[in-house]
Design a protein around this ligand. Structure first.
Ligand code: PLP
Length: 375
């Protein structure tokens, strides 16, 4: 198997599975229980929170565990917009956000908020200048992704944070860092952001766990109420096995981050050089800043068909983001590409376990597909 779709999701690390199994079969206490098993679980929860906080560049008391990126984003966007609605009702985001952000903003539009969607350029970046021009007196919330999920570009979050601090200090800044987690260091304080979302299943933790950073400087309203867990921000018995798996994945990724980055950079360079040699007419979409994602169009070869051909050779990539489910890529459209380019786009995304053999298998598959499709 050659799995090159790691931005959609990736394998759970064996060390995470091990700790999760222990927490499901042996140490399965509820952290709210008053007996020794509960006390042990509460202590472990504290430890896991500290590990995840460190990985996010935050303090432990600034971390709320959620069911994943989508829940963190929804909590952030609705929480911030509703908290600030008395100050104003203008939101700034981008045209190529993940649907969790876009659909939350659409919902707020129905509630009477006005949303400005910044357009990225052809390289896959939004400009800080456009952002500054979009800022209004009544801007109360800004939500920008750190790394784009389809083209791997870093957005100018530090510049945006600085502009906000100078010009609209009351506006809340949320960063969707799901695709940036362990692709680049997270520094929410340096970016002057108050809210930041991450997800476990993109880094070797199981699906269904994520975290929201809420800076000590702000308070937002929780949407899941009940027993008051997570300091009231997200009620419900804590999913200890998933939290433990998440923390262990963070620890391993943190320890190996420099080596992983070097390895993935080498893979990306190898892929680019082989593409140039073997399929020189392939067009790269955007200019990625992290090596984990490469998006290419093989014009004349429909991506859905190419995907099936690759799949028959046990090579797994995607046509856009997994969440787009085969619909045309809104990211490439926002970047201004024509249909020919969008219809033939393939996203290749790496994890540390990938090898050059995976890339060779991909290119062999591409060549077979091109022979079949470009007659
Ligand atoms: N934000 C981005 C940029 C993503 O790529 C994803 C997942 O693909 C999400 C948010 C949603 O995360 P989750 O799948 O954990 O809900």
């Amino acid at each position: 198997m050659h799995y090159l779709d790691n931005s959609a999701t990736t394998a759970v690390l064996p060390e995470a599975v091990e700790v999760m199994t222990k927490l499901m079969l042996t140490d399965f206490g509820n952290p709210s229980s008053q007996h020794s098993m509960g006390i042990k679980a509460a202590k472990e929860l504290k430890n896991y929170r500290e590990i995840v906080a460190k990985a996010m560049g935050a303090n432990a008391d600034e971390i709320t565990f959620t069911s994943g990126g989508t829940e963190a984003i929804n909590t952030a966007i609705f929480g911030a917009a509703h908290k600030n609605r008395h100050i104003g009702k203008h939101i700034i985001t981008t045209e190529f956000e993940h649907s969790a952000v876009k659909n939350a903003c659409k919902r707020l539009e129905e509630e009477g908020f006005a949303v400005t969607y910044l357009k990225p350029d052809e390289t896959g970046h939004i400009s800080a200048e456009d952002f500054e021009n979009a800022l209004r007196q009544d801007t109360v919330l800004v939500s920008i992704m750190l790394v784009n999920n389809e083209v791997g570009t870093l957005q100018p979050v530090e510049k945006i944070g600085a502009i906000l601090k100078a010009k609209a200090p009351r506006a809340i800044f949320h960063i969707d860092a799901v695709q940036g987690f362990f692709r680049t260091a997270l520094t929410p304080r340096k970016w002057n952001c108050q809210l930041m979302s991450v997800s476990g299943h993109k880094i070797g933790a199981p699906k269904g766990i994520g975290a929201l950073y809420i800076s000590r400087d702000i308070k937002i309203r929780p949407y899941i109420v009940g027993g008051g867990q997570e300091k009231g921000m997200r009620s419900g018995t804590e999913p200890m096995p998933s939290i433990a798996g998440f923390a262990v994945a963070c620890e391993i990724r943190q320890k190996n981050m420099a080596d992983d980055l070097k390895h993935v950079s080498e893979l990306a360079e190898y892929l680019k050089s082989q593409l140039e040699k073997r399929i020189p007419w392939a067009k790269q979409n955007g200019q990625p800043d992290v090596p984990h994602v490469l998006n290419v169009s093989l014009e004349g070869c429909k991506s859905e068909v190419m995907l099936r051909i690759l799949e028959s050779r046990e090579v797994y990539v995607s046509a856009g983001s997994a969440c787009a489910k085969g619909k045309e890529s809104a990211v490439l459209k926002a970047m201004g590409f024509d249909n020919k380019r969008i219809d033939s786009a393939i996203r290749i995304s790496f994890a540390p376990f990938n090898t050059k053999e995976d890339i060779d298998a991909l290119l062999d598959g591409f060549e077979q597909g091109i022979k079949m499709l470009k007659r």
